[in-house]
Design a protein around this ligand. Structure first.
Ligand code: EZ4
Ligand code: CO
Length: 404
């Protein structure tokens, strides 16, 4: 059997939001797919892939996953960065898909086999008031979720992170130019502890409760919030401070035992080596798509395992079902799995990306089909052309930019 790559192409589609997919074909007609979506900067990755990566893949052996990863990483001279690492991830994931199909095995078997029966996921409860959010948490529990993230709108601030407008589902990006949203950390800090008090009073302590602060606080503010939330025993407080400042987490750690999670915007092990080796976080949120594919994510998670840090991979809807399928194989195989984020995709997205993973009893289960168990329907993809869309930006009351 020849595993030579004869075609590598990039498919951009927007079934409700933009997705970038790498599709690789071998001489024998085996195909593999990888997600290469970088929310709000999609076309930078498309350009990197089409101009600088796809031409290098033709004629290479699809079976040489590690060598291809090293070739694209070391060979470029310019290392790391979200655009490069997302592009490499798209190729790497597609090659794992091909290897699984050729072996006749689901990818989790290639990664060492099952470490668990199902992958615990957390859902997103949100509301424009504390009451609404408390009710929404209840609806997730009724649907069988064992872990729920709770976010609530802050009085006086329109467009709070994590809250959909007018009761609509929450999608972080919107078409057109970036939306400007106001932010006030004092208003947030005054409001948010009450949410968790009310959620625990209403629903008790028999499930995991999470919260995402989305990089908005200073280390001191975050230390104070983490301490204030201790009675509500969070599963994690996510992204308390801007994540590139690894030592900021030390300050939070000095003051609180609330578990900390970060890493959805990291693209390399070098973004989180101190966080992991100095045990400054409890969960690392790097994803297959944004952290160099299955090959590089595994390295991060292995380092994490050595230091008692568990996984909690990013799984928002801006990662395609191809990323989710790949994440579930990794989550199923690794020893130090923590939780997987899960925002179900829209029906039209599922039509473009038919997949075999499924939800039951608060868990996701990977497909048992050979490979990743996900595909792209190119005809369906074509009927949803690219639409420029951006993540919002946040400004303080004086008009200055804040972290988003
Ligand atoms: O804002 O994926 O935990 N999830 C998140 C997401 C991110 C978006 C950005 O593209 O923080 O909702
Ligand atoms: Co987040």
């Amino acid at each position: 059997m020849s595993m030579k790559i004869v075609d590598a192409k990039v498919i951009v589609t927007s079934p409700g939001r933009n997705f970038v997919t790498v599709k690789i074909t071998t001489e024998d007609g085996v195909t593999g797919v990888g997600d290469a979506t970088l929310n709000g900067r999609e076309m930078a990755v498309v350009g990197y892939l089409t101009e600088h990566v796809c031409p290098l893949l033709i004629g290479r052996e699809a079976s040489r996953i590690e060598d291809t990863w090293q070739y694209l990483y070391k060979g470029a001279y310019w290392r790391r960065g979200p655009v490069t690492m997302t592009a490499i991830a798209g190729v790497d994931t597609a090659l794992w898909d091909i290897k699984g199909k050729v072996a006749g095995l689901p990818v989790y078997q290639l990664l060492g086999g099952r470490s668990r029966d199902g992958v615990m996921v957390y859902g997103h409860a949100q509301g424009s008031t504390i009451e609404e959010t408390v009710d929404e948490v209840g609806r997730y529990l009724e649907r069988g979720y064992r872990a729920v993230r709770a976010q609530t709108a802050i009085p006086g601030l329109s467009g709070t992170y994590g809250i959909g407008s007018d009761g609509e589902r929450y999608e972080p990006a919107s078409s057109g130019l970036p939306e400007e949203t106001p932010w006030s950390t004092p208003a947030y800090l005054n409001h948010v502890p009450e949410l968790f008090d009310r959620v625990r009073r209403e629903h008790g302590y028999g499930f995991h409760l999470l919260h995402d602060a989305h990089h908005r606080m200073s280390p001191n503010e975050a230390a104070g919030l983490a301490k204030a939330l201790e009675p509500f025993r969070l599963f994690w407080l996510e992204d308390p401070t801007p994540a590139e400042d690894q030592t900021a987490f030390r300050r939070i750690r000095e003051h609180s035992t609330t578990p900390l999670a970060t890493g959805e915007i990291f693209n390399s092990i070098h973004d989180c080596d101190r966080l992991i080796t100095e045990r400054l976080i409890d969960y690392i949120r790097t994803s297959v798509t944004h952290a160099g594919g299955i090959t590089h994510l595994r390295r991060i998670l292995s380092l994490a395992e050595l230091h008692g840090v568990r996984s909690g991979s990013h799984g928002a809807t801006d990662l395609s079902p191809v990323c989710m399928a790949a994440a579930l194989h990794v989550d199923t195989a690794i020893p130090n799995f923590g939780v997987q984020e899960y925002m179900p995709h829209e029906e039209r997205t599922n039509e473009v990306f038919p997949h075999g993973y499924h939800f039951a009893d608060g868990h996701l289960y990977p497909s048992e089909d050979p490979g990743l168990g996900v595909d792209i329907d190119e005809n369906a993809a074509e009927s949803h052309p690219y639409e420029p869309a951006y993540l919002p930006v946040a400004r303080l009351h004086d008009g200055s930019m804040h972290d988003w």
